[in-house]
Design a protein around this ligand. Structure first.
Ligand SMILES: NC(=O)c1ccc[n+]([C@@H]2O[C@H](COP(=O)([O-])OP(=O)(O)OC[C@H]3O[C@@H](n4cnc5c(N)ncnc54)[C@H](O)[C@@H]3O)[C@@H](O)[C@H]2O)c1
Ligand SMILES: O=C(O)CCC(=O)CC(=O)O
Length: 354
């Protein structure tokens, strides 16, 4: 066994159908008495359900979380938390809502209780993202890691099928890139393998039956593991490309990750053959890793072409130049011609040839 470093981060995780009912006890265990409850406008009803559960421990609701955490929204939420004298934040929602909680914690150190309702996995990481002046700044800070995470699959039953599939593919992308990360270790690789396998089972089940309790449980379990991989190791070409495409061309997050993943794996396959093949193995497929994730997305109704989600072909050269200007560790060096072809293939949505 080669030497390696593994950092396990302190987080208390409660997993199970109906585990939302344990929220009050978890808030009490934190010694908190005034929770600011966070949600998107679309999930206000969930936030109000949390407020009812907490009763006197609910200080208020802020339901204006949006994707990519605009600094203006973060400031409003921070000011409300201060005005209410909140001593913790409860984020019920996906990565955007957890991200708002992280923006509050980054500023005030407030403990976060995360109640994930998508498969983004942000609840497991010290990564934050805040957007100011049209630019999204990401970083890592221990203060933003949620203290407690409540995974209740019942809260994901309302996640639309298309969003469930792309959010699940976003999670698979964290694990897939984890296999060839510069700082991967055997423990993280195990989590990646199990997380991809769980989501590979779950996504077709959810597409067949969105109310499938086992499918929803497997998906949230897989998201937990894949989010832990994202938290533990550095990402590479796929994530850097997606942040370029999302940040510079305002493409939707989970869909962009879904579309780019097979092509990023194909780009890296020759330089990291075992890592990329582990993706196919985890999905129980005999094809290549790139083809296996492409097929999982396409077979379950997810978009497979950037042109389906608003990318303009005329912007591909610019996207390539931006990606080339931001060098980072990757199994294969960034080569302009090959990268431009990757973007063309992703734009057209062609199935990887290997
Ligand atoms: N910091 C990290 O570690 C990390 C990791 C992954 C993603 N992210 C960030 O998270 C954001 C994307 O998060 P996301 O993909 O979870 O989407 P999201 O949080 O933006 O949610 C998308 C939409 O789905 C709705 N929704 C969520 N759960 C639902 C449910 N169960 N039922 C019905 N509707 C539901 C939300 O209200 C919202 O309108 C991006 O900004 C991304 O950068 C951060
Ligand atoms: O918090 C963010 O928005 C940046 C990290 C992130 O989005 C991880 C991912 O690419 O899924």
């Amino acid at each position: 066994m080669n030497s390696f470093v593994y950092i396990g981060r302190p987080a208390r995780v409660i997993f199970g159908a109906g585990s939302l009912a344990q929220l009050g006890a978890e808030i009490e265990a934190l010694g908190a008495r005034k929770a600011l409850i966070l949600s998107t406008p679309e999930q206000r009803a969930s936030a109000e359900r949390v407020a009812d559960l907490l009763g006197a421990r609910a200080a208020g609701v802020f339901d204006r979380a949006v994707m990519h955490v605009p600094i203006e929204t973060a400031r409003e939420a921070r000011e409300l938390a201060a005005r209410l004298g909140a001593d913790c934040a409860v984020a019920i929602g996906g990565g955007s809502t957890v991200g708002l909680g992280k923006a509050i914690a980054l500023d005030s150190g407030l403990p976060i209780v995360a109640i994930p309702t998508t498969y983004a996995g942000s609840e497991m990481t010290t990564i934050f993202g805040i957007t100011e002046g049209g630019m999204k700044k990401t970083g890592r800070d221990e203060r933003v890691l949620p203290r407690t995470v409540i995974y209740d699959p019942e809260l994901t039953l309302t996640l639309p099928v298309k969003m469930s599939v792309t959010s699940g593919m976003n999670a698979i992308a964290h694990a897939a890139e984890g296999f060839y990360s510069v700082n991967v270790n055997p423990i993280v690789a195990l989590m990646a393998q199990e997380g991809i396998a769980a989501l590979g089972r779950a996504l077709p089940a959810i597409r067949r039956s969105p109310q499938d309790a086992q499918g929803r449980s497997d998906a949230l379990y897989g998201a937990w593991l894949c989010g832990t991989v994202l938290a533990s190791v550095d990402m590479a070409l796929h994530h850097k490309l997606c942040h370029t495409l999302g940040g510079s061309f305002n493409l939707p997050h989970a869909e962009t990750h879904t579309i780019v993943l097979p092509h990023a794996l194909a780009y890296n396959a020759a330089a990291a053959p075992e890592a990329v093949q582990r993706v196919a193995t985890a999905l129980g497929q005999r094809s290549s890793g790139a083809q296996a994730v492409y097929d999982l997305a396409k077979d379950n109704g997810a978009p497979v072409a950037l042109r389906e989600i608003g990318m303009q072909e005329a912007d591909l050269d610019k996207a390539c130049e931006i990606a080339m200007s931001n060098q980072y560790p990757n199994p294969r060096p960034l080569e302009r011609t090959a990268l431009r072809q990757l973007l063309q293939d992703a734009f057209e949505g062609v199935r990887p040839v290997s």
